[in-house]
Design a protein around this ligand. Structure first.
Ligand SMILES: CC(C)(COP(=O)(O)OP(=O)(O)OC[C@H]1O[C@@H](n2cnc3c(N)ncnc32)[C@H](O)[C@@H]1OP(=O)(O)O)[C@@H](O)C(=O)NCCC(=O)NCCS
Length: 174
């Protein structure tokens, strides 16, 4: 039977948080762990919306903390599924920090999370295929296969020799 298909827009989620004293370190900056928690939640909701299933976090790609987010800032997190494989989905998360009194807003962080849809017993289960629509969604979709191979090689779940998409980056025999 043909797989159900869905567009990325069906999984779009926006979450807004206010950085309060309990979220910050002693320099009044948002703690990295709190931000990662919010990123995990918003991207899990996006994966649930795509799959209509329970999902578990399989991995989070490299998150760099280049720009601190300040106490009192409003943090907006935007997530959507970029590509679905068999049971796993790659989710893009973008984080924006806004200081309302000064009128500044900028993208502060971004990352890719991978979620796996599971049944009640925690066993992986197939998810709908994702059909990208916009140019940006098509670009994200194309890059997702390369990012998947890289994270599976790093997790020792794929032999580098089988990572055909990585040939242009690394000198591997595929
Ligand atoms: C994620 C998990 C369900 C995978 O189960 P598994 O028995 O290893 O299943 P498989 O090897 O068949 O892999 C299933 C899918 O997970 C993907 N996967 C497994 N490990 C991964 C990793 N480190 N990064 C990205 N994807 C991963 C596989 O590529 C596969 O995707 P596909 O079906 O789309 O091809 C299992 O490892 C698990 O339950 N981990 C704990 C999850 C968790 O507790 N998260 C935090 C709390 S939500």
């Amino acid at each position: 039977m043909a797989k159900q298909t869905k567009n990325p827009s069906a999984s779009c989620v926006t979450m807004t948080e206010l950085v309060l004293p309990n979220d910050t370190n002693t320099l009044n900056k948002l703690m990295g762990g709190r931000l990662m928690h919010w990123m995990d939640i918003v991207s899990a909701i996006a994966a649930q919306k795509h799959s209509n299933r329970i999902v578990v976090t399989a991995s989070a790609d490299n998150i760099s903390f280049r720009h601190p987010i300040e106490l009192g800032d409003v943090v907006t997190l935007e997530a959507k599924v970029t590509r679905a494989f068999s049971s796993s989905m790659e989710v893009s998360v973008k984080v924006f920090a806004e200081n309302i009194p000064s009128g500044t807003k900028s993208q502060s962080h971004s990352a890719f999370f991978t979620f796996v849809a599971v049944d009640q017993g925690g066993r992986p289960i197939d998810v709908p295929e994702l059909i990208p629509e916009t140019d940006e969604e098509k670009e994200m979709y194309d890059g997702a296969l390369r990012r998947r191979q890289l994270r599976l090689v790093l997790a020792k779940r794929m032999d580098p020799a089988d990572a055909s998409e990585l040939k242009s980056i690394f000198d591997v025999q595929a």
